[in-house]
Design a protein around this ligand. Structure first.
Ligand SMILES: CC(C)(COP(=O)(O)OP(=O)(O)OC[C@H]1O[C@@H](n2cnc3c(N)ncnc32)[C@H](O)[C@@H]1OP(=O)(O)O)[C@@H](O)C(=O)NCCC(=O)NCCS
Length: 175
């Protein structure tokens, strides 16, 4: 059964393969698409430190909030990742929300994003959150399904500044 774990060096090879997959297919979130595989190979610990830079007790720069990345892994295989924002700022309240996720291209359509969000919600609850905002593009059918299966209640469809697509905002109440 896959689990969420903090990013760690033991998954480096698998993570690198996933980054290459995303870049070959052009499908992934921005940080995956912009990662430099050569740089990751050269200094993976530096990349791990970069991923963890907004974790408490770090004080994020203005415009950012405390957050964490967790990787969905099965054994040594990297399947995907979630990011959990511990609080919202004005921009995240509008677009981005508390939780983001992606599954590597070769592992999609197997229920992993549904599982990853479920596990991320457990983590959010442990962090003390009681109501979680998750947003997605209106045309991201898979992500909509992932959120709805996990109990997302639609707030509505919106246009936001500096983003070309219409988005949906969902709220998930944590029992
Ligand atoms: C969106 C994404 C996370 C879905 O991951 P996934 O692991 O394939 O999702 P799941 O397998 O859990 O699928 C959940 C449901 O969505 C459906 N689904 C998934 N991708 C779909 C697609 N491209 N088109 C239509 N339905 C899709 C699945 O069939 C499943 O439906 P079901 O519950 O009726 O069986 C993945 O495609 C991805 O990483 N995309 C790029 C990054 C991204 O968009 N992240 C989300 C930002 S909000």
């Amino acid at each position: 059964m896959p689990i969420l774990v903090p990013p760690a060096e033991q998954y480096a090879d698998s993570f690198l393969a996933a980054v290459r997959e995303a870049q070959l297919t052009g499908s992934g979130l921005g940080d995956t698409l912009s990662a430099d595989p050569a740089e990751l190979e050269r200094d993976f610990p530096a990349f791990l430190a970069h991923l963890r830079r907004f974790e408490p007790p770090a004080v994020p720069p203005v415009g950012f909030v405390n957050s964490e990345y967790l990787w969905l892994v099965d054994g040594e295989t990297y399947l995907g990742r979630v990011s959990i924002r511990h609080t919202l700022n004005a921009r995240l309240r509008e677009f981005g929300g508390h939780i983001g996720y992606e599954i590597r291209p070769s592992m999609r359509r197997r229920g992993y994003a549904t599982l990853a969000l479920r596990l991320a919600l457990e983590r959010a609850r442990a962090l003390g959150l009681t109501r979680v905002l998750v947003t997605c593009d209106v045309d991201n059918v898979g992500s909509r399904r992932v959120i709805e299966v996990n109990g997302g209640e639609l707030e509505g469809e919106f246009r936001v500044p500096n983003y070309e697509k219409e988005i949906r905002r969902y709220w998930i109440t944590l029992a």
